[in-house]
Design a protein around this ligand. Sequence first.
Ligand SMILES: Nc1ncnc2c1ncn2[C@@H]1O[C@H](COP(=O)(O)OP(=O)(O)OP(=O)(O)O)[C@@H](O)[C@H]1O
Ligand SMILES: Cc1ncc(CO)c(N)n1
Length: 265
Amino acid sequence: MKKALTIAGSDSCGGAGIQADLKTFSALGVYGMSVITAITAQNTQGVMGVEEISPQMVGMQIDAVFQDIEVDAVKIGMVSNREIIKIIGDKLKAYNVQKAVVDTVMVSKSGCHLLRLEAKETLIKQLIPRAFLVTPNLYEAEVLTGKKIKTIGDMEEAARIIHAMGPLHVLVKGGHLEGKATDVLYDGKTFTYCEEERIHTPNTHGTGCTFASAIAAHLALGYDLREAVQKSKTYITMAIAHALNIGKGVGPTHHFYQFYPERSI
Ligand SMILES: Nc1ncnc2c1ncn2[C@@H]1O[C@H](COP(=O)(O)OP(=O)(O)OP(=O)(O)O)[C@@H](O)[C@H]1O
Ligand SMILES: Cc1ncc(CO)c(N)n1
């Protein structure tokens, strides 16, 4: 069985973070492992508290996994602060991780900062250059590039600037743009566009985490990046279409593995 590791924050309501990642891995038939960077007290209405794990403990969790088990792909989500980013960057190098999907989580849908403001530069210098793929949403791409994004052309420009920071590939997600849900993938030469109809639902908690971990799962299964992104786009679109009306706020994506045709057991 293929094995994927998520390095991310815990979401107590189960819609985003570590919990969304592990559900996605399972739904796609990949064995999931986790390194927790921070614990959030969170529900569909907001984030009530954040407690960061010490960088030493983050490093120990990563060592515990890599020194025992082969890891086919890694997904990185909430990284919270400079010291945690630094240790993750060092470990990716030490274990020569080739397939790392870095989701540049910054702010929750409810507006809570999941990355300290002063950590942006460390993210750019220590983590983004080690990524196989970086998956910023529109807001994150704006913060990383310092440019406003309003059109597909702006997304392409942002992808170029982020690619120059050193990752192998960049996927700028258009979930927050008007019209169709179009994401722009860039490999340094060519742009590929992933487009699906926008689903009109208030329940989009965990969309970014679900998408990035689906890509990591497909990479673990051996798909090349373009196939992994296309298949994950189908997965996230169905997960949003079937999103659950749970809680009083923004409900979570649904991991409907029973409908996924290629699930390997
Ligand atoms: N309403 C929607 N209908 C269809 N697809 C959507 C919708 N919202 C987001 N997507 C798609 O979901 C994927 C995740 O993108 P999104 O921009 O929502 O990530 P995100 O903002 O990082 O999520 P999060 O807030 O969980 O961090 C992308 O492929 C995007 O195009
Ligand atoms: C722990 C966690 N990671 C990522 C997100 C996505 O915004 C969230 N809401 N919570």
